[in-house]
Design a protein around this ligand. Structure first.
Ligand code: 5AD
Ligand code: SF4
Length: 445
């Protein structure tokens, strides 16, 4: 029986969140409506993540618990990275599963559902390569202010610990005209902030030299769109961060001054073993150049602690990098061995308790740095995109251009607008401020 309602449970990164919005758009076009929860849905999709073991275990546990008892007449499917990593082996483990659709086959979701309905058999579709045929314009977005836009899929970097090149395939850039069209429509609909997504956005266009449009060229085109307020991008590989991109951040009014610049580790030996293709020195030189070109830029990073054979001294080098660079944002992970990756050939020899001790020490250091950063921000005025009311509170919440969360008193009419907020204190991670009246003489950052 044709399902009437759907529910998609999303795990993992922003790319998965966007893929969920695109799938929801396809289902809405088919006439389905969103169910309030998993239990009441006729079609239930788990859009999964494989980046670390914990992400996979969550879904495996959930699928196991659902079993036949919960199944009723519902159609259950798995999409996302686990679909690629495990393919049809999922059917053996979970006989109640109806379909598995890979990251490169979102377009085929409707056909796969039809096949399930007509054949009553388990169906899987998991192509290795992404074909640029996805209808991005039907994405069903819940947030009316900020949107994610995909510009490149896949990754060719093959860091030795990472499953992404295997679960999302090689890099495929999306034609620039299609990106510009989607962004123009979003701006016309009233969106104020667009985050360009890709596993490595800085490789944009390299797979299609005939387009003559690299990442910075694309940014110049997007900035031209009338009414475009803010552009962000996620995520970057340091090797592909060019001088032209740095100049674009300096020169384009809509491009926010925040760069996710993930170093992953602070020691050259570990960086080499990770196949990050840069040395610590080369990385530091790029950061210095970026800070010279865009002095008030904020930086973010990802870090893996406890990579195979990492010694305490090598971990100390990562701590030293944190002291030196002073990141605004750091996502810190304990190494998790992944099937199919080159790093699996090395023994996962850093004991779990050592990994978690390093994780904790690095987080403590990052917290100290973040507190000092917040203290330095007090007394300044920042441009804030107002997003909503603070959870359970009466204060408005938004973010600065450099990705800092700010709360302040104000009324609902300000939601979705850019305001100037004078920051006077902070509570935990959040800055607290007062709305500045228009035409005030305060300098806005
Ligand atoms: N173990 C731990 N963290 C990982 N990441 C990627 N693969 C692994 C792994 N096997 C982290 C990296 C990457 C982020 C998205 O996830 O830091 O930048
Ligand atoms: Fe994974 Fe490295 Fe590609 Fe990032 S650059 S997605 S860490 S392989």
């Amino acid at each position: 029986m044709e399902p009437k309602t759907y529910f998609i449970r999303t795990y993992g990164c922003q790319m998965n969140e966007l893929d969920t919005e695109i799938m929801a758009g396809q289902l809405a076009k088919r006439g389905l409506t969103a169910a309030a929860d998993e239990e009441s849905s006729d079609l239930l999709i788990f859009n999964t993540c494989s980046i670390r073991d914990l992400a996979e275990r969550k879904v495996m546990g959930k699928l196991g618990r659902m079993g036949r008892v919960d199944k009723k007449n519902r159609i259950i499917g798995v999409t996302g990275c686990m679909a690629m990593a495990k393919k049809d082996s999922l059917f053996r483990k979970f006989p109640h599963l109806d379909f598995v659709v890979g990251t490169n086959n979102i377009t085929d979701l409707g056909t796969v559902i039809d096949q399930v309905l007509y054949t009553k058999k388990q169906v899987f579709k998991t192509d290795d390569r992404f074909e640029e045929n996805l209808d991005y314009l039907i994405a069903k977005r819940d947030n009316p202010i900020k949107a994610h836009v995909s510009i490149i899929r896949g990754c060719d970097k093959y860091c030795t610990y990472c499953v992404v090149p295997y679960t999302r395939g090689e890099e495929v850039s999306r034609p620039p005209d299609s990106i510009v069209e989607e962004c123009r429509r979003l701006v016309d609909q009233g969106y104020k902030e667009i985050t360009l997504l890709g596993q490595n956005v800085n490789s944009y266009g390299k797979d299609k030299p005939e387009w003559n449009c690299l990442f910075h060229n694309l940014l110049y085109r997007l900035d031209q769109i009338p009414g475009m307020e803010r552009i962000r991008f996620m995520t970057s590989h340091p090797i592909d961060i060019t001088v032209e991109l740095m100049q674009a951040i300096r020169d384009l009014p809509s491009l926010c001054e925040f760069v996710h610049f993930p170093i992953q580790a602070g020691s050259d030996r570990i960086l080499k073993k990770m196949h990050r293709i840069y040395t610590k020195e080369q990385y530091l030189e790029k950061v210095a150049l970026l800070r010279k070109i865009v002095p008030h830029v904020s930086l973010g990073t990802d870090i893996i602690v406890g990579f195979p054979t990492e010694t305490e001294e090598e971990f100390q080098e990562t701590m030293e990098i944190f002291r030196q660079i002073r990141y605004s944002v750091a996502y810190i992970y304990a190494y998790s061995p992944r099937k199919g990756t080159p790093a699996l050939r090395w023994k996962d020899d850093v004991p779990e308790e050592v990994k978690f001790d390093r994780l904790q020490r690095l987080m403590d250091l990052q917290n100290e740095i973040a507190v000092e950063e917040r203290q330095q921000m007090l007394g300044n005025t920042y441009e804030v995109l107002v997003e909503c009311f603070n959870k359970g509170g009466t204060q408005l919440k938004g973010r600065t251009r450099c990705w800092k969360k700010v709360i302040f008193e104000g009324d609902e009419s300000l939601i979705g607008t850019l305001q100037q907020v004078h920051v006077h204190s902070y509570s935990h991670q959040t800055l607290v401020g007062d709305l500045v009246k228009p035409n005030s003489s305060l300098k806005v950052i």
